[in-house]
Design a protein around this ligand. Structure first.
Ligand code: M6R
Length: 368
């Protein structure tokens, strides 16, 4: 049951530190050696992989977008991400050395399942990242990595998403280990960083009140925009999707660098814009986004800035500042997504909507 929470979604948001910790649990030794027992693909098969194509829908697709940055950075293997519903209709180039990675919380999404069937017909190997034991997608795949988020009941995916990102990162590190491009100590230190994230997620939960207040202030908005760069870009898309699904408010996520190529025309007096700022360590990215914030604020946007502790550059341009714990850039989505989930949930609740069962949506989409 809901365990005292008003909505399953709130309960599931609160379960995220656990979902992340459980997904990491038992998958590595202290010296950083990863073991993914349910993998079912041999090291030789993995060494043959020269291209990864991630295929998924909705929030799982955004987990895939996030994973692409990690896979290419850590493994140096080319990686594409594609919407499951588009994949098989574009005549994709697949062969025995292509690894198709599907991501699905439910394991029953028809678009994703059809993509798997297509990929296997083309002789590609298919690995699924899935949260539901024994569901159709892992059964029809060559290999599987389960996320251990526990059952997700609310239609809007929350803990499923964070666990997917973690599982994708484990896969990336595992491939890097097998290919010999990353060694035990490097992997161990990245795993150690991942293991710190549940505490960071917990902090975002503990600081949720500021977001709830913000939701009350912004409940009358006609449109809310989200900007991010690098892995902050999928976070922006996810923030916008949550708001559309739950609050039925027009919301859009953009890559911040695209602003001047069009979306900046949407900025008018008072429009709320969330901006996910990359860690200071990525100085070029961080500087660029700070100037984006300046630009939109000068045009009247109400800026809600998510930036790591100690980033003072953003302070003069933030109407609201949400502090994030300092984490490596690739791990930032694990903490930055949380306030956006709380925001959408709270805003929808204030508007009187059924947060767990939004209109027109089903938990698993079993038709194409
Ligand atoms: O079960 P799946 O991960 O395959 O589902 C994919 C999408 O249908 C799902 O993420 C959907 O976008 C959610 N409602 C997002 O909150």
């Amino acid at each position: 049951e809901k365990g005292g929470y008003e909505w399953f979604m709130l309960k599931e948001i609160a379960e995220q530190p656990r979902a992340v910790a459980d997904t990491l649990l038992g998958r590595h030794s202290i010296d950083g050696h990863l073991q993914l027992d349910e993998m079912r693909l041999s090291d030789d098969e993995l060494r043959d992989v020269d291209k990864v194509i991630i295929v998924a829908a909705g929030t799982s697709y955004y987990a895939g977008m996030t994973a692409k940055y990690a896979i290419e950075h850590w493994t140096r293997i080319h990686c594409e991400v594609e919407l499951a519903s588009e994949f098989r209709y574009r005549d994709p180039i697949l062969d025995r050395s292509t690894l198709v990675v599907t991501i699905s919380q439910s394991g029953e999404t028809m678009d994703t399942l059809m993509a798997i069937r297509y990929a296997r017909q083309q002789r590609a190997r298919v690995l699924s990242i899935c949260n539901t034991n024994g569901s159709t997608i892992p059964r029809e795949s060559d290999a599987v990595i389960y996320t251990h988020a526990g059952p997700e009941v609310a239609v809007a995916s929350t803990k499923g998403f964070l666990a997917q990102v973690v599982a994708c990162y484990l896969l990336a590190l595992y491939m890097a280990q097998v290919k010999g491009v990353k060694y035990g100590d490097e992997i161990a230190s990245l795993i150690a960083e991942l293991e710190k994230t549940p505490a960071g997620i917990q902090r975002m939960l503990d600081e949720g009140d500021q977001v709830r207040k913000l939701a009350a202030q912004l409940a009358g908005s006609r449109s809310i925009l989200f900007l991010g760069r690098h892995v902050g870009y999928p976070v922006a898309l996810e923030g916008a999707l949550k708001l559309k699904e739950l609050a039925y408010i027009h919301a859009e996520g953009f890559a911040a660098g695209e602003l001047k190529h069009g979306p900046i025309a949407l900025i008018e007096e008072g429009v709320p814009v969330f901006i996910v700022v990359p860690p200071k360590a990525r100085d070029q990215l961080q500087e660029k986004i700070v100037s984006n914030i300046q630009e939109i604020r000068a045009r009247g946007a109400r800026t809600i800035v998510l930036a790591e502790d100690g980033d003072m550059d953003v302070v003069p341009f933030a109407d609201h500042l949400i502090r994030l714990p300092k984490v490596p850039t690739l791990l930032q989505p694990l903490v930055a997504t949380v306030p956006l989930q709380i925001f959408a949930c709270e805003l929808a609740s204030q508007l009187g909507h059924d947060v767990d069962q939004p209109r027109n949506l089903a938990k698993s989409v079993t038709v194409e």
